[in-house]
Each structure stands twice: as C-alpha cells, then as structure tokens.
Design a protein around this ligand. Structure first.
Ligand SMILES: NC(=O)c1ccc[n+]([C@@H]2O[C@H](COP(=O)([O-])OP(=O)(O)OC[C@H]3O[C@@H](n4cnc5c(N)ncnc54)[C@H](OP(=O)(O)O)[C@@H]3O)[C@@H](O)[C@H]2O)c1
Length: 1394
C-alpha cells in the first residue's frame, strides 16, 4: 500500500499536481485497483480522488487526464448511510477499480467507462545551467572562449568582492566589438546576482537588451564594480586605467583587453594588482583582470591547517576560535590531494564574517613548505584572494565554465535513432545514440519511410503507451517501415517493423520483410511495405474486392490512396477517389489514365457524397477505403450501396470513440477496422497469406513503388514537417546512408545517451532515497538489469517496494544491501554482494546525511555524520573498486552547488562533497572512470523536496528546484562530458531592480520561502513566522548588502513585514540613506490596555442589530447570518466593518449599547435573545462569533437558543470566561473596589483615546480623586478636549464597561452549565496571559466538539489578520448543510432525495 505522501509524489512525477482538498487519497495499492479516500463532504474532490487511484496501475510518466466517463451512478442515501457509520473524525471510503466491468466504486458512487486522454505536460521551468568545474590557473596558457573568459572574470570578481548587484561599464569598444553581452550572460548564469550595464561609446549602436548605451565619459560614472577597457592605443591606456581607478568601488576590477604581444603598463602597478590573464580563442587578445588596490592587508592572519585524514577534526575548534577573533583567517592544507577544503571555505565564506577567510590549497609536491613569511606564499597572500590553489606549478582557482555539447555533425557507425526530446515539440526532433550494439544488428537501414502515425507520436497526439504497458518499450518508437541491407545475407530488403524504423540499424528482421526486386532502387522500395500491406490486408483479407464492382478511395494522392487506386484498377474496379487540390487531381488523372475525372471528388468537404450518388445513380459503391474523419466519415458511410463494405484505416474516430448511427446498417453494410500494425503480431498463416498475395502482385507488376520525396538524415525535422504540411504526393523518406553498403550514416548531430550493460551490476549507495529511486529507474530503462541499492536502513516504505516490483517486470534483478558503507569492511561487503550478482559496471554514490548549522555551532560529530556516507564511503569505494571491479565503467558521485558555490550552514556537507570531487579528479588522473555532479536544489523528490514539501516553485538561494525529469534528461550530457566535475542548476528569474520599492520585502519573503504576503500577518515578527538561524543570517546579510539596513540580532528578531514596509515608505519619501526602522516592540501593550483601545462607534450605537456589508454571493444572501458580538465596548467598530467586508456569508453585529445600564449578564443575554430569535430560522444552524468580553453574552445566548430548539456553532475570538476572569483579576486583583475599576477604566481610556491629554500618570490622577462623581467630572474634562465622542456617549460607555468588567469578574466559573454547540476558539499567537491552558478551558463550556485555532497577532491586531475571515468562512454553510443532513440521517428522520 502506498502512503498518501508517496502516492502524490508519484503522481507529481507523472505531471499531476494535486493540492489541498484534491489530495484526498489516503492509501493506494500499487496495482491501481484499490485505495482509500478521505470523505470531506466534498463530492467533487472525492470523486476526483476515486479516479486518481487507478493512475498507479499503469507504468507511465505521462499525463493522462480523464476526458470522458460513460456513466455515473450516485446513491446518496447509501453513501451517507455508510459515512454515518464511520468514525466522524476519520471518514475514509474504500475505492475499488474493477477492470472487468470497467468501473470504479466507492461508497454509493460508481463511475463507469473512464476514458483518459494524453495531455502535454508542462515543461519544467527554466533551462538548467550546465557547467564544468575546473581548476584554472590565474595566468593560464590554455585558451578560453570569450564567453568562458568573461565567466572567469565575473566569478573571480564576485568571489572576492561579494555583492548582489554589479555595475559593469565597458569603454573603448569600437562598434560591434564590445564584449559586455558575454559578461551579462555570465552574470545571468549566476544565481541571485544582477547587474547594471553601461556601454560608453561614441558610435550609434542598435539597442542591446538590458544595456544602457551612452556617448559619455568614464569619469562621470561612480561605484563601478567592473570596467571593461579595450580598443585604445598604448599611450591612451594609462590615462583610461587611471580614470577607471577613480570610479571603481574599493577592490573593484578592470578587465583590460590586451593585444597578446603587449604588457600592461607597469606604471599602474601601485594602483592595481594583476589578478589573472586569459588568452581568448579566435582573437589576438588576452583578458587581463586588474584589481584596484584599496587597502593593504596589515593585520596578520590566523593560520588554521585543515588536515585530510584526521577523523578527530581537531581543526574545527581551532577554526571556530580563529573566526571569533575577527582577524583574517587562512585555512590551508599542504599536499593533501583529497582534502575537502575548497567546499569548506566556499560555505564558510557565505556565513557571518566569512569574508575574512581565505583558502590556501597546496597541491604540488614542488611547492615550498607552507609558510606565509616565505615570499612564494606572501606574494600570493598580498593579492588578498579568497582562493589560492597551487597545482602543476601555477596559482589558480576553481571556475565554472560552460559545458558545451560535443554534438558536431559526424558520420556514425553505431546505432542511432530519431526521436523528439520533448514530446509535442517537433523542433526537438533529433538523432540520439541508440541502445543496440551495431555489431549485433542484422539490418542496416538505408531509407526510413515516414507515416502519419510517426507524426502523431512525435506531436504527442498518439501516446507511446501504444507500444506496450512498460516504459522500457517506449523509447525508439518512430518509424515502422524502411529499406536496407540484411547484413547476414547481403540482400537488399524492405520491411515493416513494430517500431524503431527511423534509425541506422534494426536488431532483428520482422516477418513482414521482402527482398527488393532488382529493378527497384532502395529509395523506391522504402515507399512500398506499409501502403501495400495496408491495401492488401484491407482488400483481400478484411474483405475481397474481387467480388465487387466499385470502390471509393479517399485521399487518392496519399501513399495508401495511390497504392489502393493502382490495385483497385488492376483488379478492374470502378474507382472513385478524392483529393484536396486541382494539382493533385491533375496528377491522379495523369498517373491513372483509366480514372474518370467525374470520379474524383474533394477530400476537404463532404461534396464527394453527391458525386458518388450522382455517378452511381444513387446506388452507392461496393467498398469505401476510408481515411477521413468525423462528418466526412459519416458521409463516406452514406456512399456505400447495399451490402457494401466500409474499410476504416484511420484511427482518429475510433480512438475518440465517435458515434455512427446504426441506421446505415439497414443496408446490410459491414464495417471493417483495418489496423495494419496488428499484422506484426498476427498468426503466421495470416502473414504468409498476405506475403504470398503481395509477392504475386510484385512479380506481375501490379505493385509499383510510389512517388517519393527524400530528405537527408540531418533534415529529419523538415521531413516530418513536410509530411504534416500535407502537400506531398506519395511518400516521404529519410535517407540514412550515402550508399547502402556504407557502414557509416550520413553526417548528423547525435545526442549522446548512456546505456547500461545487461550483465553488469550497478551499485547505488543512497539508491532508496529520492533521487536514488529515480536514478535506478532511469538506469533500468537504459538497460541495467542488475541493481544493488545500498541503504543504512533498508526498505522503509511500500513505495520503494512498488518501484522495485516495477523494475523486476523489466527483467531487473534488484537487491538491497545494508552493509555499512561508512566502514571499509562494509564497502568490501557491498562490492562483494555486487560481484555476486555480476561484474560491477558502475558505482553511483548518492548517499547523504545532512547536519546543517552555522559553523560556530558545528561539532566533530556533525562533521563525521555528514562525512561518513560521502567522503568516507567514497574513499573506500574508490580504493576497493580499483581492486574488485575491473570492469567498472562508471564511478559517479552526487555533489552539490553548496560545495561548488558555498552555502551558509553547510560547511560539513560542502567539505564532504569536496572530498568526493577531489577523489574523482584523482581517479581520472590515474585513468579510472569518475564523475562528480554538483546538483542545485532538486524538486519533486529528494531531501530538498522533502523539506520544501509542496513548495515546488520556491526559490532557494536564487535557484529554482530543478525538476527531476529535467535532471534525468541532463544526465546523458553530464555523464558523457569529458570534465571530471560537472554541475547543473536552474537559475531563478532575477528581479532586475533590487533597490526599489517592495524589493526589500521580496528579498525577505524569498529567503523565508513566503510566496504571498497576503498569507501572513504583517505585524507578526519574522521569528514567529519561523525564521531560523540560517535564514536570519541570510536576511541580515541581504538587508545590509542590498539595502544598507543594518540590524542587530535583537532588531532582527522583532522585525516584521510592516516595519519593512515603513522602511520602504520612509526611503521613498526621503530618498536618503541611513533610514532607521523604529522598533516599537518595547511599546508592547499589555493586559487591560490591550482591551480598552476605543470607545466603539457612536454613530449607530442605538441600533441593536447592524447588518454588515459582506462579500456573500447572491445565492448565499438568504442564509442564516453570522451573529457577531463585539468586545468590551459593545458596539460595532471599524474592525468589524472591515472583517465583514471580507466574509463570504451574511453577518450582523449584535450591539449591546442599549443594555449598557444592565448589571446582570443574564439580563443582557435575555434581551439579546429576544432580539436575535426574531431573525433566526430554527431550521438552520446559528453561528455566533463573539470577541473578548462578548463571549460571556454569547455563551448565555447560545444556551437560551439551544433551550428553544435551535442548534448551532460558537466561535470565540480571544475570549472565554476563564481567560477573561483571570485577566481581569490580574490587573485589578481579586478584591477590587468600584473606585479601583473606575480609576483603571478612566485612566486607560484617557491614555489611549485622548492622547493629547496631559502626560502625567493618568492612574495617579484619577486615584487622587475620591468620589465617583468627581472622577466622572474629571473624565468629562478630558472628553471635552476631543470631538470624537459626545459627553453622553462617553459617560454611558464608561458605565457600560464598568458593568461588563464587573460581570466578568463576578462570573461564577463553577456554575457553568455546558452548552451542546461545538465551540471554536481562535486566539492570537501573542498571548495576553501566559499561565492558562492553550484552549482557555473551553472544553468545560460545551459537550460539543472543541476546536482551537491560533493566528498571528495579539488581542487587537488579530482582528486585522486576513486569515480570520478565512476561518469564519470555513463555517461554510454549504458544508454545514451536509453535516446537518447527516445529523438528520443519524436521527433517523425521513429523508427525501430528489
Ligand atoms: N535533493 C537535492 O535537492 C539535492 C541537491 C544537491 C545534491 N543532492 C545530492 O544528491 C544525492 C541524493 O540526494 P537525495 O535528495 O536523493 O537524498 P535523500 O532522499 O535523502 O536520499 C539519500 C539516501 O541516502 C541514504 N543513506 C544515508 N546514509 C547512508 C549510508 N550510510 N549507507 C547507505 N545509504 C545511506 C539514505 O537512506 P537510509 O537512511 O536508508 O540509509 C537516503 O535514502 C545526495 O548525494 C545529495 O547530496 C541532492
């Protein structure tokens, strides 16, 4: 049984992205015949989930969507009956898929005759950036392309001067000879980094996208990061470089285009360091990278040696203490080739104070011992570079260069085949390396003939599932007809095959094969098999045309049309035909002199029907050979005369289950489906019969080749497009070889593909993980038949068993090993288990354990755990495989961009991957196979997808999660590349402006993975929203770097989106730097002050019931309204009007102002009840939503309603007797006097509502006045100073509040009578009281169900939280109607189902 999470993961891999309520399948059996679906009172999602169950039953990665069902039966009473017998908390129905009766059943629902159609899958977002990761000397003698040279310059600049936005200026380029675009491309391939690009030129140039072109001078620029200078005479260069100095940022760069023979002027030496020099191919130029010298390094660095074989990781503590000193730190290693220091430092440099860390990686025996005072090292150190790697006598660093495809057109000797890379996209038609060994193939193809079915397959209109239920049969499908040479006999042959005819070889001949007559060319022969097989099958096996007199043959100039006309005429039938143009008609008349012009109709409409009736005097024809569809098919049927035969060769109407009326059969006609491909699996006698018919008519000359249009192999796309264009006459073929006996094909571009050997064993540590399962799957499809998956825990999920069972159906032997790969013994055992299955052909190490945290919190154990499956296991597997795996062809490790580019918090992971990369390089140097792939974040499966859950579109560090289908698609390219280390990631689209309005918010949202600001409360702190320490580092760095906003860690904890918005607003207004965010968290309101924020709304205070303007749809206007009871002030204020406007159902506010004088809660409730019962219908449930003090009234009101036969639901918004009583006592004490309460009320109200009042302590002021009337007069003095509230209203309100607080304080908690209605408590995350139960003890208030929801905000701000209206809407009356219905059923009340 596949669990829900894995079920939807598998569906996602097939292109189904179900979310929310549509994820209703709880469990599903792997054969797709049984499952369990959650009942959530939603018929649509439930029935959809029923359909989802059967998806697992097919082996596919295609998206097939239900397009038709034949019948749907819903027995609602039975369904509800079953449901009511289930556990109300967990209602799950069994779903059965019954193939025998073609139905799906669950509860009272039956779905019959489900029909699904193939739908194009969405393309994965973004194009992956594929690169190689190589050591490159700073002063390289190897020549680079301009694109790569630009990449190197940009990467060095960013590595050493991290910034998110570069300003790049190019000067001196004459005309089109600029190189800014290459630099832009290099920046575009980097995650997150954006740029401002300026080209200074006096020439009129066409617009360059994203580039500001200006006829200006360099001296007017400021804060440039990189200035490209070129095209100047030697005497001008010095001046240009000097003026560049002034406009560069500190440590900024010049890229100087230098003619190879010349040297950069030594005069600039004091102002710039020469960092790198790169010769460019196809030019006479070098790119010289100069760095502006801003500050000389003076503080001596702390040196930390990172050893390679030290499993005690003693250097961790040493490095941690060094980083704390905030002095420069040099991390070094000396001649430890397999040291993971580069990945380590890449990650450390992304952490706080990381810019102080430099890496010296000495990998050259000839280097002097490491000593920074030695000029060899001190000179290099003085350059201030982050990475200093010494190898093969040169200093250099690791760079990501473009990974180019080596697919130049060439002649090929191997098996290649044509296919689309992206189904549905003809422009992706290409030749691919095929799975067959050409040595073992019997047939060499000379011409591949195309048929319409190939077009349907390539364009995705026909599913590859046609070729069998397993994906293993679904590659290499195009082409089912060819001519060529049988290499065993040397004879020229023509044949029809099941698939794979558009290829260079066919492995084995099919039975439908003929020797080519001597007078036919191979080109001509390729036009014969399919058309004549179809015609002979239709004419002489499905029926017998010799027994008739007339025939209508559609599409007369098509391949089959031509062949059919030829044969029909030869057998003396009267032929009617159709075609689409006058030219084609002319061709037909010329080709077949016997054909009458009056017998040729139009194939584009149904006018041929009239022609047939006219020419046959209404009698109709004896046969129709039909390839037309829909209304033309129906018209063709009507062309048949009595006892006629309809020979249907088109599949369209049959595939779409189109209808024909039975009336036509009154003429005793017969309908024959003629599917020639079924002959490939027909009984031998049928095939021999057909062959003998064809052989005979070849020899007597009836069968003749058709006209043909030939395309060369590299024109494969044009060939398909020509066929689709429909303008051709006869056949379209692709010429594969120059001469039939040529062993090599015509020159073509071929996409390399990796195939695995059937007899070899492939070992995959981590093979049961997310990527591992997909890799194993791909390997099985690519020929691997012996898989050994290694895991520390073995099988833990049914999903793994499901996939393994599938591979077994492909003929794979799959074994699981739990040998401990973190020990040498375990690795030896693993390899020995593998060798037991067959010689080891490949080891793919995907095992991983993550132990992420900032380096200052890392420890030896975390490093060890992370190292074990990667660095340690790979070391052993490398050593041992050299001995025990002599046939090894693949040794692949999965590394990460975290290693190649660094990632805060992953120093151990970065380092472990780096060790693996060094091992791979070492292996390659010593002639052993090896490949490391640095992956970016991967979507759908694997550790990132598991963490990101459904957030597949979430950006991670400026990259998008690369869909696993895309990773798998790129594997061929990555594995076939020459480079030892390659990388693949999808760079997310960049926001071009990072410093405008809103972008600071975007940046923070991005880091926190928040997609929509509407989903969060603006006033909630980022910490409350789940900002962890890693995110905090990134946010802090981003704010500092991009927005000059410097925050202390404490500020960061209190940061909210609201504050960020204020910052943007202030910045917009002032447009100056250094604007501070005011952190008002110290002004946090507490207790009583939180509750008394306003005196309500005086305007409508006398109305008891105020209807709110809501967003309820007209159909819902008449539903029972939500009854809202406000808080202490008792009237409807702004918050309620706002909330109301967002609600999807009607709502009223029950105002208590009229009852202000009442001192007894029961009286207030009774008066409220008298009003409310007038507007409520007893047949519908009531919904009371009470806020704060309103909850006292709500509870009594609910009790009274229940006693009068109403039923309903209560929602309490941060209010409940236990909570409010405790809060009151907290601020007034257990024994407070009336005066105390009045003092508190007066002072709080004055403080908050009349802020312009005196600044003295209000409570003291009121306290000093003795009698109540004097207190009231004093209060009125303040009231007079404002004009918001009248005196009468203010005094009534204070008295009302007094009464309400007293009622709350004297509320008898022990005397509570439980109501029956369910209660939902919604409370804010920022609690006003700490020492109270989470649910405010509301379970003591009701015998019904209690639900607790917590939303962001405090007692007051929670009312502004958009999710509140959402929660209220979740009382969806439609839903409740269902529940109501269920209750009726449960109470055995009669139900009438209409
Ligand atoms: N997913 C990504 O986004 C991403 C990105 C970059 C790189 N990568 C790399 O891709 C590879 C696969 O990652 P994934 O996403 O598929 O991770 P995953 O789903 O977590 O799978 C990793 C597997 O490694 C296995 N493993 C851990 N320790 C092991 C041990 N001692 N012996 C044998 N197996 C062990 C685990 O199985 P047990 O627990 O049963 O042992 C687990 O199934 C990793 O090397 C990762 O570094 C992944």
């Amino acid at each position: 049984m596949i669990a829900k999470k894995d079920f939807y993961k598998e569906l996602k891999l097939r292109g189904y992205h179900y979310n929310g309520a549509f994820q209703a399948v709880n469990l599903a059996r792997s054969d797709g015949l049984f499952g369990r679906v959650q009942w959530n009172y939603n018929w649509v999602t439930f029935m959809d989930a029923m359909l989802q169950i059967q998806i697992l039953g097919t082996d596919s990665r295609n998206l097939l969507l239900p397009t038709k069902i034949r019948k749907l039966k819903i027995n609602g009473v039975h369904h509800f009956d079953l449901m009511t017998k289930m556990d109300p908390e967990n209602r799950v129905f069994d779903v059965y898929v019954d193939p025998m009766y073609d139905r799906i059943i669950a509860g009272g629902i039956e779905i019959f005759g489900l029909h699904a159609s193939l739908v194009q899958r969405r393309r994965p977002p973004g194009i992956p950036v594929l690169e190689e990761y190589v050591f490159l000397p700073f002063f390289s003698s190897s020549i680079l392309s301009l694109k790569n040279a630009a990449r190197v310059c940009v990467q060095i600049a960013i590595e050493n001067n991290p910034t998110l936005k570069l300003k790049l200026v190019e000067v001196g380029a004459d005309g089109k000879n600029h190189m800014l675009t290459e630099f832009i491309e290099a920046i575009q391939d980097l995650p997150v980094i954006t740029g401002d690009y300026i080209l200074l030129t006096s020439q009129n140039l066409e617009d360059l996208p994203g580039v500001h072109i200006e006829n200006g001078s360099l001296s007017t620029q400021t804060n440039c990061h990189i200035i490209i200078i070129g095209g100047y005479e030697e005497d001008e260069v010095h001046e240009k470089i000097t003026s560049a100095y002034n406009v560069l940022v500190d440590n900024g760069y010049i890229v100087f285009r230098q003619k190879c023979a010349k040297n950069v002027s030594c005069k600039i030496a004091e102002k710039f360091r020469t960092i790198s020099k790169i010769p460019i191919n196809n030019t006479e130029e070098n790119l010289v990278l100069l760095q502006k010298i801003s500050k000389k390094l003076t503080v001596p660095p702390v040196l930390v040696k990172v050893s390679q074989h030290d499993k005690t990781f003693e250097w961790i503590l040493e490095l941690q203490s060094a980083i704390i000193t905030k002095a420069p730190v040099v991390v070094y290693s000396f001649n430890k080739k397999l040291n993971g220091q580069i990945g380590l430092v890449n990650c450390l440099r992304k952490e706080p104070d990381g810019n102080l860390i430099r890496c010296f990686f000495i990998d050259d025996d000839s280097a002097p011992d490491f000593d920074l005072s030695h000029p060899f090292y001190s000179t290099q150190y003085s350059l201030g570079l982050a990475f200093n790697i010494y190898r093969n006598g040169s200093w250099g660093s690791y760079r990501h260069l473009q990974l180019l495809k080596n697919d130049q057109p060439s002649k090929r000797l191997d098996h290649i085949y044509g296919n689309v890379i992206q189904r549905g996209d003809l422009s992706s038609l290409q030749w691919l390396k095929g799975p067959f060994n050409s040595q073992n193939c019997h047939i060499k193809i000379a011409f591949s003939s195309l048929n319409f079915r190939d077009v349907m397959l390539a364009t995705g209109r026909l599913a590859v599932e046609l070729y069998g239920s397993s994906r293993i049969d679904q590659n290499c499908v195009l082409g089912f007809e060819y001519s060529g040479i049988n290499m065993l006999t040397g004879r020229r042959i023509m044949s029809m095959v099941v698939k794979g005819g558009v290829a260079s070889y066919v492995e084995k001949p099919s039975k439908l094969i003929w020797d080519i007559p001597d007078d036919w060319s191979l080109e001509e022969a390729a036009t014969v098999p399919v058309v004549y097989i179809t015609v002979y099958y239709a004419f002489f096996m499905a029926t017998d045309i010799r027994k008739g007199k007339s025939i209508l043959i559609h599409a007369g100039t098509g391949g089959i049309g031509l062949a059919a006309i030829r044969v029909a005429l030869a057998y003396n039938l009267e032929v009617f035909t159709t075609c689409s143009t006058a030219n084609k008609k002319e061709f037909l008349l010329k080709t077949f002199p016997k054909l009458k012009e009056s017998h040729i109709g139009n194939s584009r409409n149904t006018s041929f029907e009239l022609m047939v009736h006219r020419e046959t005097n209404g009698k109709g024809v004896d046969f129709v050979l039909n390839s037309l569809s829909e209304e033309k098919l129906l018209a063709s049927l009507r062309c048949l005369g009595k006892s006629g035969h309809f020979l249907e060769i088109g599949k369209y109407d049959m595939a779409n289950d189109n209808k024909i009326g039975l009336g036509c059969f009154l003429k005793e006609i017969t309908f024959h489906a003629v599917l020639a491909d079924s002959l490939l699996v027909a009984p031998d006698e049928d095939i021999w019969h057909l062959k003998s018919l064809i052989d005979m008519d070849i020899s007597n000359g009836i069968i003749q080749p058709l006209p043909v249009k030939v395309f060369l192999a590299h024109e494969i796309e044009q060939a398909f497009r020509h066929l689709i264009g429909g303008k051709h006459i006869g056949k379209v073929v692709i010429q594969v070889r120059e001469q039939p006996h040529d062993p090599s094909t015509l020159p073509v571009r071929v996409l390399n593909q990796v195939y695995f050997k059937h007899n070899h064993t492939y070992v995959i540590p981590g093979g049961l993980g997310g990527f591992g399962m997909e890799l194993a799957d791909w390997m099985a499809i690519r020929g691997a038949r012996k898989l050994l998956l290694s895991s520390s825990r073995g099988i833990t999920k049914d999903y793994q068993l499901y996939r393994i069972a599938l591979w077994k159906t492909y003929g794979c032997e799959v074994a699981i090993s739990t040998a401990d790969i973190t020990s040498k013994k375990g690795c030896a055992q693993l390899l020995s288990e593998a060798n037991g299955m067959g010689p080891v052909g490949g080891i793919f190490n995907l095992a991983v354990v993550l132990k992420d945290c900032i380096f200052s919190n890392q420890n030896v154990n975390q490093f060890l755990e992370c190292f074990a499956p990667k660095a340690i296991a790979t070391t052993y597997l490398d050593d041992l495989s050299r001995i025990y795996c002599p046939e090894l062809e693949h040794f692949v490790v999965f590394s990460s961009v975290s290693c190649g580019r660094g990632n805060a918090g992953q120093s151990n992971y970065g380092m472990a991957n780096s060790v693996m990369e060094r091992i791979i390089e070492h292996r390659n140097r010593e002639g052993f196979p090896g490949k490391a792939i640095q992956w970016g974040a991967i979507g759908e499966v694997g550790l990132v997808a598991d963490m990101a859950e459904d957030k597949i579109d979430m950006e991670i560090g400026g990259t998008l999660q690369q869909r696993i289908s895309s990773c798998i698609q790129e594997l061929d390219h990555l594995l076939c590349a020459d480079a030892s280390i390659v990388s693949s990631m999808v760079v997310a689209e960049k926001r071009t402006m990072r410093s405008g309005q809103g972008n600071v918010i975007d940046a923070v949202m991005n880091i926190m993975g928040i997609r929509d600001l509407k989903s969060v409360s603006l006033s909630t702190t980022l910490s409350e929203m789940g900002m962890d320490s890693l995110m905090a580092v990134e946010i802090k760095q981003t704010l500092e770097r991009d927005f000059e906003l410097i925050l202390t860690p404490q500020d960061l904890r209190h940061l909210t989106f609201q504050k960020l918005q204020e910052f943007i607003d202030a910045k917009e207004k002032e447009n100056t730097d250094g604007i501070q965010i005011i952190f008002a968290s110290d002004n946090k309101l507490l207790g009583m002050e939180l509750l008394i924020r306003n005196l309500g709304d005086e305007a409508n205070c006398d109305q008891i019931i105020i209807p709110l303007q809501t967003s309820a749809a007209p159909s819902k206007q008449n539903l029972q309204p939500n009854i809202i009871i406000p808080g202490l002030e008792g009237t409807a204020g702004r918050a309620w009007y706002q909330l109301g406007s967002k609600l999807q159902s009607p709502a009223i506010v029950l105002q208590l102002h009229q009852f202000a004088h009442l001192e007894n809660l029961k009286d207030v409730a009774q008066q409220s009840f008298d009003q409310i019962k007038l507007i409520l219908k007893q047949t519908e449930p009531f919904y009371i939503i009470a806020y704060s003090y309103g909850t006292f009234v709500a509870l009594l009101l609910a009790e009274m309603l229940e006693n009068s036969g109403f039923r309903g639901h209560l929602m309490l918004l941060d209010g409940a007797p236990h909570f409010l009583k405790r809060l009151t006592n907290l601020h007034l004490g257990e024994q407070f006097s009336d005066n105390d309460l009045y003092d508190l009320l007066f002072s709080s109200i004055v403080n908050h509502i009349f802020p312009e009042a005196s600044k003295e302590s209000m409570s003291t002021v009121f306290h000093q006045v003795d009698c109540l009337s004097d207190k009231m007069s004093l209060f009125m003095n303040y009231v007079e100073k404002q004009n918001m509230y009248s005196k009468k209203y203010s005094s009534t309100m204070v008295k009302a509040m007094f009464n309400r607080v007293k009622m709350a304080a004297s509320f008898d908690l022990d005397g509570i009578i439980k109501i029956k209605s369910p209660i939902t408590l919604v409370r804010p995350a920022e609690a006003s009281l700490q020492d109270i139960d989470e649910d405010y003890c509301i379970s003591l208030l009701t015998s019904g169900v209690v639900t607790l929801k917590v939303i962001e905000g405090n007692h007051t701000t929670m009312l502004d939280n958009p999710s509140l209206s959402q929660i209220i809407d979740d009382f969806d009356p439609v839903l409740l109607e269902d529940k109501h219905f269920e209750e009726y059923i449960r109470n055995d009340k009669p139900v009438s189902v209409v």
